[in-house]
Each structure stands twice: as structure tokens, then as C-alpha cells.
Ligand binder design. Sequence first.
Ligand SMILES: [Zn+2]
Length: 176
Amino acid sequence: MQIYQLPCTSCSQCLPIAKTQAGETLQCKCGATIVVPTLRELSKMETLDVQPQKTGSPWSQARGIVFAIGLLCLALGVGGYVRIISDRGQLNTNRPEIPEISAAQIDKVGLREAWETWLGYRNTRLEFRATPEFLKNEKKYNELTFYSNVLASLGVAGLATMLGAVVWPASRKQSR
Ligand SMILES: [Zn+2]
């Protein structure tokens, strides 16, 4: 967008004028009323590219703080997530193996032995969940899963905040 430099008729200080202001009446800082020329006259005037110092300092303090907070959240989220997932991986949550019994084996064993095997099979099957260690590990596994999800969300939120800090001033400029 081109900015025209319109000198004030009273104090000769230049006023920045946009094309869209052609024909409008403005007031200078000195108090003088200036009528902006028509588009055709404006186009003959000296132009100036949009203030470079504004685009040159996009990293305001607020933006830097927002970005830093986002980075911190991302680092905490990712770091915590990785640690929790590795802790979780060390938990033994495997259910006890259920021994397979083939028909051939059953034929060979005596009645009493078969009965005991069946009892053992049934106990394993019904009671593995009641193993205190298994229950404890399963509870901890679920807890760690919950925290890993929280931390993953924190990381995503941090990343979004960082992206927001990068994109935010650009979109604000466009809306002007
Ligand atoms: Zn003036």
C-alpha cells in the first residue's frame, strides 16, 4: 500500500495520506484543515512505502513473552510426556499366561492330575486380575496414561501459543 506525503498548507509538515482518503478533509496537528486532493492529483505526489520501522520490530515484549510461555509449555509437555511414557513402558501389566493344554496331553495324564491342571487353569483365568501387583500396575498405568495425555495437551497448547505469537501481528496488520 502506498502512502502519499501531503504537506500541510499552514505548517508544511507532511501528512501521510492513503489513496482511500482522496477528497477527504483532514485536520493537521497544527490545527489547520487540509483538503486531500483527488486521486489523480495524489498519484503525482511523492510516495512512501509503509513505515519500515513498524515491520522492523515485530517482536514486541508482549509477543516475546507469549512465545516464551508457549515454548515453556511445549518443552514441559514434551519432556514430561516422554518421561511418563518411558516410565509406563517399564510397568509389567502383562496378564499371566494361561497354559495351553492339548487333547493329547489330557489323554496321558491321570484323572487327578487333569483335575489339578484344570483347577490351576481356572484359578489363573479367574484370579489373575486380583493379583495385587497386577492391580497396582494397572492402576498406575492408567494414571500415567492420564498424565501423559495432560502433558501432550500442554505441549500442543504450547505449540499453538508459539504459532499464535508468530502469526498474530501479521494477521493484525492485514485487518488494518
Ligand atoms: Zn499543519
